[in-house]
Design a protein around this ligand. Structure first.
Ligand SMILES: Cc1cc2nc3c(=O)[nH]c(=O)nc-3n(C[C@H](O)[C@H](O)[C@H](O)COP(=O)(O)OP(=O)(O)OC[C@H]3O[C@@H](n4cnc5c(N)ncnc54)[C@H](O)[C@@H]3O)c2cc1C
Length: 555
């Protein structure tokens, strides 16, 4: 069948056409899982000119890829274990991603206070940071600064605990929007002809070597119907579901050891820090950070081995208390409490199972590629190195699928929001605000989040100015973004919009519950839903929120 045009491939209203195309086409590669790795792989393979189908059981970035610390970082702490290659890869990728997606990968200033009981003295941290700068080939925004007195550190970050402080280091890494970075990779893939279907769970793989093609059966989670497609090869990027997925291939070996990581969000004015601050938890000396996030501050993260359902990791009261204790230790005058929590999220790290017993924090964040017949599975790694990992996985999958060798182009092709003249965010925000009479925080958000794609959202405002209304009084997210998410970003449900396209639910005290009905109404209008369909979408969102706020109900 002839490839579908890009505007059809990204429009959730045209899902049935994409579904028909998916079942009537023979693909070069079927990619399973639209986390950052699957999305990056689909984009990489599509850019090389292969015919690709991406299948995701829930939504783009539904798994770990919307639940990370949202940092694109070289991995300073790997230096402690002399893992120079990991740091080199991380810092190098950070520079590439800054170029490919400047709207999604933003420099973030870090402060690393050093105390007299810190594991490493200030001089050693300084040496470490020289290595960090050096391994990035000095391509970072700026070199680190060493503050050789407590006074100088406190001038920069006055809320820090002063007792025992000897000085500190200021350095750069980057922050991102993990879910939208994943989404833009899917959009890049569709721009180059790849089809993507969400709510399609791969349920069976028939890789009979006697047949020319692999048959992939998937269940449409919206209708419960089974469909089948044919492909030369399969790449599975199913994260913490990898062991479950490989059971479809009759492989019983467990390769993943998931650990849970929780973040909590507090209003910025309750913890007004100027930098992302890195420290250690008082309880078990694990890495802890507080990150400025617009008008919020994010505290993270825990690292526990709790056995949880990968589809429903949740935040416990113990997780929240652990992070509050760490924050109050680092910033003693602030005295944060449960009542300050304005949002939470929990994610599972798809860590590669270690060979010998080691503690959760010691497991190195490296990836593994496994070949089973014509199915290649990739797992592990981190958000930061997804592009490189995707290129490597496609390289490995091509001969397995009998496809010709072609070189990866992902290092050169800008992500869709950056595709155009060099982005000047202030000028773009000003132009948007003036042209549409939008409040400065809304104009700024549109420019920063969407880059050049902001014009797509504005088209809806031109047709329907009433869509300039805010979805929630505490956030700069507007109604036009909902319609845009459906028609241009494959959103199919209330939680797709509120959790992953806009991250509104992660930032506001009621987890976006008050915005839910309006989002459901806009989705119903765009997708032609019945009242029952709108109600069940709202209920699914409320169940997601129940997981985020589970800690509030615990005694
Ligand atoms: C708390 C925490 C903090 C982190 N912080 C950072 C950070 O700051 N920086 C960084 O670089 N990395 C970070 N990471 C790591 C990074 O987030 C992950 O390595 C990355 O998101 C994993 O992506 P993935 O695509 O492999 O998995 P996922 O994002 O989980 O994607 C797998 C997808 O496969 C789908 N799927 C599974 N089975 C099927 C099936 N049968 N059919 C169809 N679809 C299926 C799932 O629904 C899911 O969407 C963090 C991780 C955690 C947990």
């Amino acid at each position: 069948m002839k490839p579908l045009p890009e505007h059809t491939l990204v429009d959730a209203r045209r899902r049935s056409e994409v579904l028909a195309y998916a079942t009537k086409t023979e693909f070069d590669l079927v990619v399973v899982g639209a986390g950052i790795n699957g999305a990056g792989i689909a984009a990489d393979a599509a850019l090389r000119g292969f015919r690709v189908l991406l299948l995701e059981q829930r939504d783009i970035a539904f798994g770990t890829s919307s639940r990370s610390s949202k940092l694109i970082h070289g991995g300073l702490r790997y230096l402690e274990h002399y893992q120079f290659r990991l740091v080199y890869e991380g810092t190098n990728e950070r520079a590439i991603l800054r170029h490919l997606a400047p709207h999604l990968v933003r420099p973030l200033l870090f402060a690393l206070p050093v105390y007299d009981d810190s594991k490493h003295p200030l001089w050693k941290m300084d040496v470490g940071l020289w290595m960090y700068d050096g391994l990035s080939l000095f391509k970072n925004e700026a070199r680190h600064i060493t503050l050789r007195s407590p006074k100088r550190m406190l001038e920069r970050e006055p809320l820090l605990r002063s007792e025992g402080l000897t000085g500190g280091i200021i350095y750069y890494d980057c922050a991102t929007d993990d879910a939208r970075l994943t989404l833009e990779n899917v959009l890049l893939a569709t721009k180059h002809g790849s089809a993507a279907l969400t709510r399609c769970r791969v349920a069976e793989i028939d890789d009979d070597p006697a047949r020319a093609k692999v048959r992939v059966s998937f269940t449409d989670e919206q209708t419960g119907l089974r469909h089948e497609t044919a492909t030369k090869g399969v790449i599975a990027a199913t994260g913490v579901w990898t062991d479950r997925f490989r059971k479809l291939l009759a492989r019983e070996e467990e390769v993943i050891r998931p650990t849970k990581g929780v973040h909590v969000v507090v209003p910025r004015d309750r913890l007004p820090i100027a930098h992302a601050v890195v420290g250690l938890t008082p309880r078990d000396q694990r890495a802890f950070f507080a990150i400025p996030w617009g008008d919020r501050t994010v505290l993270g993260t825990t690292d526990t081995d709790d056995p949880v359902d990968p589809s429903a990791p949740f935040v416990t009261r113990a997780d929240v208390l652990y992070l509050l204790e760490a924050a109050n230790h680092a910033f003693p005058s602030v005295d944060l409490g449960m009542e300050d929590i304005a949002g939470t999220w929990a994610g599972l790290r798809p860590l590669i199972k270690p060979v010998e017993e080691q503690s959760a924090s010691d497991v190195p964040r490296e990836h593994r590629i496994i070949t089973d017949g014509r199915v290649v599975s990739v797992a592990g790694g981190k958000l930061t190195t997804y592009r490189r990992m995707a290129a490597e996985t496609v390289d490995e999958a091509l001969p397995v699928a009998g496809l010709p060798s072609r070189t990866s182009k992902s290092e050169e092709i800008l992500l869709p929001g950056a595709d155009g003249p060099r982005l000047d965010f202030d000028a773009l925000a000003q132009a948007i605000g003036e042209a549409h009479g939008l409040a400065p925080d809304i104009a700024e958000r549109l420019a920063n989040v969407y880059g050049h794609r902001a014009t797509g959202v504005l088209e809806y405002l031109m047709k329907r100015p009433e869509l300039a209304a805010r979805l929630h009084p505490e956030a700069a997210v507007i109604e036009a973004e909902v319609v845009h998410a459906v028609e241009r970003e494959l959103a199919l449900d209330v939680d797709d919009v509120l959790v992953r396209r806009t991250s509104l639910a992660l930032r506001v005290a009621d987890h976006g519950l008050s915005a839910g009905p309006r989002v459901a109404a806009l989705l119903a209008e765009a997708l032609g839903w019945s009242k029952d369909e709108a109600r069940s979408s709202l209920e699914r969102f409320e169940r997601e929120v129940a997981l985020m706020s589970a800690f509030r109900r615990e005694r």
